[in-house]
Ligand binder design. Structure first.
Ligand SMILES: C[S@@+](CC[C@H](N)C(=O)[O-])C[C@H]1O[C@@H](n2cnc3c(N)ncnc32)[C@H](O)[C@@H]1O
Length: 275
């Protein structure tokens, strides 16, 4: 695996890979909408950076058709294996998944019609490196599209002491490790600084009612990060366990309103070369 894996916010538990798979299904309509904004045609060549165990590979495969190609780049070997298996199972012959680093993919420059990534920048330090790589990969006139998170919102009402404490712990851990959980709002500026034009933005927000898989997303994140938060001295293990248990109890209360963090989709074009 490439360097820097330890800095990746969500970690690589098997349960996290399964969560990502389920999440990809839940976010599929929004991904389809995003790709519909671009003039992808049969035969287009696209790359998904940080595709995880499934990402948007199936949707992109349908957008570009059998004569097109979809390249997935992913750092986790386990996720690469799962994504390849998914492509085989679904007969996605136009999808290839490679193990590599999003910051330096070693793919040909100026050659893709679209480079895209979802929920990668919010989990890594120095997101501008991945944006620069995405821009370098697309041809002049090609598209770059991101779907990112911003921990604005994240509402639990009536308030839960455990919810507030766990959000604060995760924000403090991320700050300490150079990760910006509020990167969503910076996305349009990052795309502009990387030289893209025609930048457009769509904000998204969800409500997680009782029974919704993602209602417990904060607990999932706390589980992913438990060992690292404790090792960083941000909380005692026993206190973290108490908070997780209290949060489970609070989220089981069907009268509590749970609102997701904010998501920002932003996309733009690489300037076409002057004639
Ligand atoms: C939150 S997951 C999202 C997965 C997928 N994009 C989706 O939306 O379903 C972020 C993914 O980015 C990958 N990732 C993080 N840093 C990376 C890097 N430097 N190079 C390649 N992949 C990276 C992680 O391994 C993880 O699979």
């Amino acid at each position: 695996m490439a360097d820097g894996q330890d800095e990746y916010f969500l970690g690589y538990r098997r349960a996290e890979q399964e969560r990502l798979r389920a999440q990809a299904v839940q976010l599929a309509d929004e991904a389809r909408w995003l790709f519909d904004q671009m003039d992808l045609t049969p035969g287009s060549k696209v790359v998904e950076i940080g595709c995880g165990p499934s990402g948007c590979l199936e949707i992109l495969s349908a957008c570009v058709g059998p004569s097109g190609s979809v390249t997935g780049i992913e750092r986790s070997e386990e996720a690469v294996g799962m994504a390849r298996q998914m492509a085989r199972d679904l007969g996605l012959d136009n999808v290839e998944v490679r193990c590599g680093d999003a910051r330096s993919t070693e793919l040909p420059r100026d050659s893709f019609d679209l480079a895209t990534a979802r929920l990668v920048l919010v989990n890594v330090p120095k997101p501008e490196q991945i944006v620069a790589e995405a821009v370098a990969l697309v041809r002049p006139g090609g598209w770059v599209a991101f779907h990112e998170a911003d921990w604005f919102a994240h509402i639990c009402e009536p308030p839960s002491e455990a919810w507030t404490a766990i959000v604060q712990l995760l924000v403090r851990y991320s700050e300490k490790n150079g990760i910006d959980l509020f990167v969503g709002r910076k996305l349009p500026g990052l795309l502009r600084s990387a030289g893209l034009t025609d930048i457009q933005v769509k904000p998204l927000i969800h409500v997680y009612p009782p029974g919704a898989h993602r209602r417990n997303i904060l607990i999932d994140f706390a589980e992913n990060l438990s060992e690292r938060i404790v090792a960083d001295g941000l909380v005692e293990k026993s206190e973290l366990n108490r908070l997780k248990q209290a949060l489970r109890h609070d989220l089981d209360d069907p009268s509590r309103l749970v609102v997701s963090h904010l998501f920002i989709q932003a996309w733009g074009r690489k300037a076409a070369q002057a004639a």
